[in-house]
Design a protein around this ligand. Sequence first.
Ligand SMILES: C[S@@+](CC[C@H](N)C(=O)[O-])C[C@H]1O[C@@H](n2cnc3c(N)ncnc32)[C@H](O)[C@@H]1O
Length: 232
Amino acid sequence: METNWQRQDVTQHYLEKVRGGIPFGAEQAKIMLQVVNHFMPNPKKIMDLGCGNGFLAEILLKTYSNASAILLDHSEPMIQAAVKYMSEYSNRCEIIYGDFSRSIKDFAEPNSIDCIVSGFAIHHLTHDRKQELYKDIYNLLAPGGIFINVEHTASASPEIEKLYDELFIEHLSIHNNRDRQEVANDYFSRPDMNDNILERVDIQVNWLREIGFKHSDCYFKWMELAVFGGVK
Ligand SMILES: C[S@@+](CC[C@H](N)C(=O)[O-])C[C@H]1O[C@@H](n2cnc3c(N)ncnc32)[C@H](O)[C@@H]1O
């Protein structure tokens, strides 16, 4: 079954109008790097799950010149965008068509990856499958390896969710220099909205702890946007 992320229009809208306007996007990337640097200062093998155009992988490959990366996505238009966006790093990255709603075991050997990241992608899975994926991630990580999820998570109450929506819309409207009501109309009618299966970050951090991740925590959070993970 086709998902909304496999559509050209959804992909293009996200890359052109949303990715650059995500509140605190630069801070999220900075925290990701700071945490990776602390626990795994010289990653050789990186994996980006639901890579999109390679936004997170690019930052890591730019920082770690000895690293190579596996980028995985299940959307053809996103894969094409990644091939273009990552062209400077083509000798150090492998861009793979793959669906992480199934097992990711075929994409790498157990205990082989130093750093696994994911950006705004895993929240499309059911909660059961999220937990299975986190276990698969743990198994693929090398001892000492780190997992960072830059993610859209659930608000603690409907009222906070309402506030998050308002602030996000305001942010996008300023970023794109567009009328607030138009942005709000797009936001609430976006096709991928129904694909979101959000869970609170504190619950997900607990899942990681139960799996065995050490130093698992939420390292940064603004409203529903969180950077969390742990170390094997
Ligand atoms: C919101 S975009 C984020 C892209 C990128 N990680 C970023 O930070 O900008 C979500 C991405 O996850 C991918 N995705 C969603 N479900 C997936 C699945 N089951 N398997 C592989 N990729 C998936 C989508 O195709 C899309 O490229």
